[in-house]
Design a binder for this molecule. Sequence first.
Ligand SMILES: [Ca+2]
Length: 286
Amino acid sequence: MESYLKWSVIIGLFGFCYSIDTQYMNEACNGSSVIDTTLLLETSKSLSYPPLMNCFHRVNVASGFKVHVSVERFELEEKMANACVDYLILYDGADQNAPILNSEVTCGKTAPENVTSSSNILTFYFKSDHSSALRGFAFVVTPVTDVPCSSSQLQCNNSLCIDASLKCDSYNQCGDKTDENDCQVIGSSKIDDSNTTLIIGLVIGITILIAIIIAIVINVYKNNKWKRFLNQHLEDPDVWNASPSYPVTQKYFTSGRGNYNTLSNENYNEVTLQPHSEESIHNSEI
Ligand SMILES: [Ca+2]
């Protein structure tokens, strides 16, 4: 039974709860993140980013890896007087002294190109003015290497290598969506085609679990039906004075069939009652 419950939890997780680690830049202003497999970096948790943000956020990946940034969402305030008022800068290093990765200061709704750092450190900088009512950005930030990939990595068509576990997780870590091709959609998430057998097994397991529950419910109902009958007819002599060859049996009342003679004499004596009817009592008194 426990294994069925585990599979039910797994199904639930697949359908409703899947997400990657997320960092909100306003909550970690001038902070940093160390990334093992992937991270979603957003301006804020709210529907629009706060005014007067002035934040750096540095990301580090393991030595020998580079930091790849692909765009999930980009929606900043448009230019005013031909100048960005809210804007993003990506630095190819640990601070603002490093070279700028995106070709120019970025604002409006034109997302920057996906970029890859030259080392294992990249720094985001975001600034907003006193007014803002837009959703901001969301970037998928991922450690990558160049080809050839290791056995634990997935090779993207753009010759980058990412962790193999990132295939079909609904996020574009490759940048060219190689890792989100050949996936099946289940609920709000995607799974690899190779997991079809697992899904079939889960469906069969859930079906068996439901059948077991139905069988238990029916059994409990039948037992209670027999107990109710005994309670209702305990004082009814017409029932208990039936012919000894046709005893009232539990089997008869649970199956609904007309075959009364289903108990041995031994069992019959245990389950049948023989109270005297009023007529027999009257005759004995005479
Ligand atoms: Ca992915």
